[in-house]
Design a protein around this ligand. Structure first.
Ligand code: NAG
Ligand code: NAG
Ligand code: NAG
Length: 444
């Protein structure tokens, strides 16, 4: 198996890629894309002339064999207690924390209770786990990997779980040491998983439980799937999903300065900033060159053009209605669609944050290609699910490359060429879609 640590990947690659390329391609089949190949109808003036997707990749991320092929170890006869995962934030952040929680529950030989999804006031949100995900499907798919119950046993059903706080813990956080004693004492606890942890020490059965639950166990409720399918069918094919986040809150949060925005956008950003002031001077410059600043629609269109994405491409915008300066994109790419432009029914109007985010997620994991201007929770989840489905036209636009190049005063055709080059390298090497836990890199 050619699963290679990232630090030695490059060196080994040069030597090994050629030698093993043919051999590997004979062993591992490439799953076919369910959609026909996009044909480029408009030819770029750039020398390469072809869409980025036509470049041959060397590395591809696929589910690790130890997950897909290993039979889960038998679950211990006794449970050490019950764990509820308390999840906060947007849909994909909650999902990430829940996935971590499944691994933890299995690590501790505990039984999982359905998680609590935060009711996000700012979204006027009231949908819980069962409103977004299909509970029976989850139970079915995780059978044998981890114990899950829909209902608590009578003796603890009336109790609230004891909260064990690990959310702020960083680095090496040992759940067996820190959380197991509380679990054994109270029998029913709730946790929000730590920001980061040493999962490399997990036994394989705990990692497999996480992978199985997170990537094979979660599908949307039937109602949401039906609505999502309706949306998917309404989008002209083939299409690119673009996750573009240039919204006032995102820009305010980034603490970046922009000089070329309309006054209404500037006002919206100022309002969203509150106490959080933007960086200025040299700090602002360094901040930007580290790739911390969200791409504007105009910059995004520039990169898309550099990647030879034809201007008549159908683009689904996976985003809310709050994107600023959208003209910067739509003046070049005219076939742009959003869920609110395609769905008008009463049932759609009643949808809020989580369920609306679920629609975007569904379209994103089923689109011919996917590009994001950011590598956030949604993008990580989507990229993993696409890899699982064998959809490899997935790319993360480099804010860093863009800012570094433009700060050097590079413009026009030169900028295009440089942007093409660095994104091509990322695409060829599978960089950006590196999915650490359940996915392994395979050389093609
Ligand atoms: C969980 O059970 C396995 C055996 O099934 C055992 O090896 C492991 O030590 C147990 N872990 C805990 C935290 O109880
Ligand atoms: C929140 O949602 C409820 C029902 O879903 C609705 O009646 C109410 O007007 C909404 N409030 C805001 C501020 O959107
Ligand atoms: C500013 O934005 C407009 C369109 O929004 C664009 O035409 C112009 O080239 C931009 N200028 C710079 C310096 O980016």
């Amino acid at each position: 198996m050619f699963v290679i640590d990232s630090t030695v990947r490059k060196t080994l690659l040069v030597v090994a890629a050629f030698t093993f390329g043919i051999f590997v391609s004979l062993i591992f089949f490439t799953p076919p894309s369910p959609f026909p190949q996009t044909t480029s109808s408009m030819h770029s003036s750039l020398e390469h002339g072809q869409e980025i997707w036509s470049v041959r990749r060397i590395i591809e991320w696929r589910p690790c064999k130890w997950w897909l092929q290993s039979k889960p170890d038998a679950l211990p006869d006794e449970t050490n207690g019950y764990i509820r995962v308390d999840c906060y934030g947007g849909l994909n952040q909650m999902r990430r924390d829940f996935c971590d929680g499944v691994g933890i529950a299995r690590l501790l030989n505990a039984t999982l209770v359905l998680p609590k999804f935060e009711v996000a006031a700012y979204w006027n949100e009231s949908s819980g786990f069962a409103d977004v995900f299909n509970v029976d499907y989850f139970l079915e798919q995780t059978k044998g990997f981890v114990r899950v119950v829909k209902e608590l046993p009578a003796e603890i059903a009336s109790k609230e779980p004891v909260h064990v706080d690990c959310s702020k813990r960083k680095g090496q956080f040992d759940y067996v040491e820190t959380v197991l004693p509380a679990l054994l004492e109270h029998r029913y606890i709730s946790i929000t998983p730590a920001i980061s942890q040493r999962r490399d020490r997990y036994p394989v059965y705990a990692k497999a439980a996480l992978c199985q639950a997170c990537y094979s166990g979660l599908r949307l409720t039937e109602t949401l799937e039906r609505k999502s399918l309706e949306l998917l069918q309404a989008i002209p094919k083939p299409f690119l999903t673009l996750h573009l986040r240039f919204e006032p809150d995102m820009v305010a949060y980034s603490q970046c300065q922009y000089t070329n925005l309309s006054s209404s956008s500037m006002e919206a950003i100022e309002t969203a900033r509150g106490e959080r002031k933007p960086w200025t001077g040299e700090t602002a410059r360094i901040w930007r060159s580290r790739g911390k600043c969200p791409l504007t629609p105009y910059e995004t269109a520039l990169i898309l053009q550099a990647l030879s994405i034809p201007s008549n491409t159908n683009i689904y915008l996976a985003a809310g209605d709050g994107i600023m300066e959208l003209k910067g994109l739509t003046s070049v790419y005219r076939n742009v669609f959003t869920k609110s432009s395609l769905l008008t029914g009463e049932d759609f109007k009643k949808m809020h944050g989580n369920t609306k985010a679920a629609l975007d997620y569904y379209v994103s994991i089923n689109s011919d290609s996917y590009m994001a201007t950011y590598f956030g929770n949604m993008d990580k989840m989507v990229s993993a699910m696409r890899a699982l489905k064998g959809l490899f036209k997935t790319l993360f636009l480099s804010r860093r490359a863009f800012s570094v190049l433009s700060s050097q005063g590079i413009t026009g055709k030169k900028l295009s060429e440089a942007l093409w080059q660095c994104h091509k390298d990322d695409f060829v090497m599978g960089i950006g879609s590196a999915l650490p836990e359940c996915f392994c890199d395979f050389k093609l």
